[in-house]
Design a protein around this ligand. Sequence first.
Ligand SMILES: CC(C)(COP(=O)(O)OP(=O)(O)OC[C@H]1O[C@@H](n2cnc3c(N)ncnc32)[C@H](O)[C@@H]1OP(=O)(O)O)[C@@H](O)C(=O)NCCC(=O)NCCS
Length: 188
Amino acid sequence: MSRYVRRFRMEIDLRGIDLPEPEMRPGYQCLPWHPDLLDRHAWVKYRSFCDEIDSHVFRCLGRVSGCRRLMAEIVGQEGFVPEATWLIAFQPADRLKPVDCGTIQGVGRPGGVGAIQNVGVVPEHRGLGLGRALMLKALRGFRDAGLHRVYLEVTASNRPAVHLYCSLGFRLTRTMYKPLEVDPAEVY
Ligand SMILES: CC(C)(COP(=O)(O)OP(=O)(O)OC[C@H]1O[C@@H](n2cnc3c(N)ncnc32)[C@H](O)[C@@H]1OP(=O)(O)O)[C@@H](O)C(=O)NCCC(=O)NCCS
């Protein structure tokens, strides 16, 4: 297996595009950012990424402690955009506590550009439109915060994610090669 992974930088211009408020399926709820939610975001991030290629690209994504550190680092940045940061929780009929199942975070970069951090949906809740809902909530949040361009980076082989971003209007602007942080031999 190669020790490098191909990554795409993708961008979208938010001016003049329609960003509808996503309709959630019954039982699912989008929670806006609040500092009390940090650990819940970190847990969903871990569950979403721990078995995916990106946990080899970024070692921190394969560990709960790493995801917690990453969350703390994201929300501690000067450019952190709370409006673009959302958690999705599902309330099953037969349980008292909700189940957390999706996360996304946003950061503003110099030049008035927004950067999507890690969008993730836990495996049991994929294919239900939650990834699209998180992206729409984040893009609307960036626009509310006064940002008009947004970019993200994605591993080229991540077909569900690339498909999702293309379908929202993101366009490829750069291809990069990033060394894997985890030696494939440690995993396979
Ligand atoms: C990428 C991810 C967030 C998508 O979440 P999701 O809730 O399953 O996505 P949705 O149900 O909203 O589907 C969004 C689009 O992706 C497409 N898609 C979903 N799963 C797919 C798959 N396995 N293969 C190809 N396309 C897929 C859907 O067709 C949908 O497009 P459509 O509305 O035109 O049909 C989710 O797969 C995930 O968390 N992956 C692991 C973490 C990750 O890699 N995050 C991205 C980092 S850049």
